[in-house]
Design a protein around this ligand. Structure first.
Ligand code: 13P
Length: 245
């Protein structure tokens, strides 16, 4: 385990104004010594970004969005939000390339454009990669990851504001996590794709308070991207606490 770990809450399409109350516990925790060197980042749905920002006004918890449009400019794109608009309201991170969006047709080229414009807008990018169950069965994991990284990060020289989130599709929301040895090797493989210093590599997929004890032992992981369990403040706090205990 690296010392400064990132815990990123991806709330997906969950949460409303009532959910804000549940964050009080996390705010209190973020100000305690127990947080250790953990960094907390919440990625709520667009509708809650401003409310979360107000709520986290006096603490160190950062905010990100779950996606953005690829254009840098304003434009007639009904229903979309670009990275500049996200930065403008105070978000510092954006998730790009999540498999739930890849499934809906986002390809590597589109993802690359989104990442490049998000970096220009001074957002930090949480770039998701991961193989499907079919890929895994065909032993194509490394091939898929290499392709997603190559094309997703094409023409991007400065990678210091990029985090890579390895999220095997078969692990998301299923309760199944990769075997520790395999996960270690996959993270090593991802890091080996970078000539200079590798971006931080996070793991995502069914992270919960029960499996975190095993996951934290995998010493090349720089943090976690957490879906379901992050919507429950007790579970989210528990994951951080157990990482450092
Ligand atoms: P779960 O933690 O619910 O499996 O979701 C993982 C994920 O998709 C985070 O981006």
């Amino acid at each position: 385990m690296t010392n400064k770990m990132y815990f990123i809450a991806n709330w997906k399409m969950f949460g409303d104004l009532r959910s804000l109350n549940s964050l009080d516990k996390v705010i209190k925790f973020s100000k305690s010594k127990e947080i250790n060197k953990g960094r907390l980042i919440y990625c709520p749905p667009y509708t809650l970004i401003s409310s979360f920002l107000k709520k986290f006004n006096n603490c160190q918890i950062d905010i990100g969005a779950q996606n953005c449009h690829e254009s840098q400019n304003y434009g007639p794109y009904t229903g979309h939000v670009n990275s500049h608009m996200l930065k403008n309201i105070g978000a510092n991170y954006v998730i790009i390339g999540h498999s739930e969006n890849r499934e809906k047709g986002e390809n590597d080229q589109l993802i690359n454009l989104k990442i490049r414009n998000a970096l220009k807008a001074k957002l930090k990018v949480i770039f998701c990669v991961g193989e499907t169950l079919v890929d895994k069965r065909k032993k194509k994991t490394n091939l898929i990851l290499a392709k997603q990284i190559k094309f997703g990060l094409d023409k991007i020289k400065d990678k210091k504001n990029i985090f890579i989130a390895y999220e095997p599709v078969w692990s998301i929301g299923t309760g199944i996590v990769p075997k520790s040895k395999n996960l270690f090797e996959t993270i090593e493989f991802i890091k080996s794709k970078f000539k200079g210093k590798s971006p931080k590599v996070l793991y995502g997929g069914s992270v919960n308070p029960n499996n975190i004890k095993n996951l934290k032992e995998i010493n090349n992981i720089d943090g976690f991207l957490i879906g379901g369990a992050s919507q429950n403040s007790n579970k989210f706090i528990d994951i951080v606490k157990k990482t450092y205990s």
